[in-house]
Design a protein around this ligand. Sequence first.
Ligand code: IFM
Length: 444
Amino acid sequence: MNLTQIIKSFPEDFIFGTATSSYQIEGTSFGACGDSHWDSFARKENATYKNQNGSIACNHIQNWEKDLDLIANAGFSAYRFSFSWPRLLIDGKKQRNNQGFGFYDRLLDGMLERGMLPFATLYHWDLPKVLADKGGWSNRDTCKWFADYTENIMKSFGDRLYSVATINEPWCVAWLSHYLGHHAPGLRCMNAAVKSMHLILVAHSKAADVMKSFDQQNIGIVLNKEHFIPATNSEEDISACNLSDEIYNLWFDEAIFKGQYPTRTLEIFKEFMPKDFESDLPKISQELDWIGVNYYTRSIIKADKSEKNVGFQSISGELPKTDMGWEIFPQGLSALLKRQIINYSKTIPIHITENGMANNDNLIEGVVNDKERINYYKLHLKEIKTLIDDKAPIKSYFAWSLLDNFEWAFGYEKRFGLVHVDFNTQKRVPKNSYYAFQKALKST
Ligand code: IFM
């Protein structure tokens, strides 16, 4: 089966969309955007590839109409984007930036005019620098400021949003950024990491409360999931693998769907947990309208006694890899979704909010023949279709990403887009993967 045949076999009302995020495409030097902790992180020597940052990115602020046309012309009926907190509230709290409000106003109207469903994300990692300087996600006050920011969004844009996710990928916000140090703020601190692992969920719950008070429909959260396997069958590796799965996946599922944290991880985390964290759990586990799943790869886990807090590391596997070095393992997506549905979300709608691959693309005479990416999409969509045939409540699929963009610590080196971007001229060239979606979606 080719991509067209697979896409055509999906239910009529299944939504196909594409996704981006504010810091990765907008360009923070345009429109009086405030600094975020990604700007300060990128100023640190070697924190990002060639010290690159999001100041220009895809200059989506000036090219947004062209970009929306690209989405519509591919036949996608939904667009997942994120609001930039520092673009809207320069001090993170009260100081409104009219240019920022004007931008999202036009963007949302532009989506609606083109018949697209706006899937908004409130937080996709661009925390205002002023708030990061006060402790960021390890400071409980940030949760309250996040609620105020949410209120601002509800007042100005709520009526035009088809769905809203509070947080994109809480594991990345907390663990990747505060323990592994790969993302802003670049800490390697167990105390800050554990506090953030809890407080990001408190922020989620406060934003959900605010949205419900506005009677906002279709509220969810986006979790990134990885499929873990032990490096060997040894007891140590199996145990390390289970712990890694708890920290990455189950920490969030247990809290959101069951109002508890996994016991083993909590035992390791407990000395760093915020005071009275238990009293936040009923709110964290409040009902949601949907759950978002981002999936890219699997990880192979090996016990490592030299790692003093959690005692494991991930090692490279043998499957074909994307340009990120991530193994291509579509079966991991179905395994994770099955567990998600059976153990946690049951009948709640699931949106596949991100899936895609970085590829070593070459633009030759106006053509990018990214057949590897087309195959990646095909294999993952096949898994999803099989689950839908088995009655899984999966409602949409978003290709990551519309454009080549600022891939965080990897700068502009890694290309995930359906559309090639020349970062010197801002010229957009649809890749063959774009045309493959277009062929399928325009003919359904
Ligand atoms: O680019 C990121 C995105 O911002 C969050 N999910 C994973 C993508 C690829 O790394």
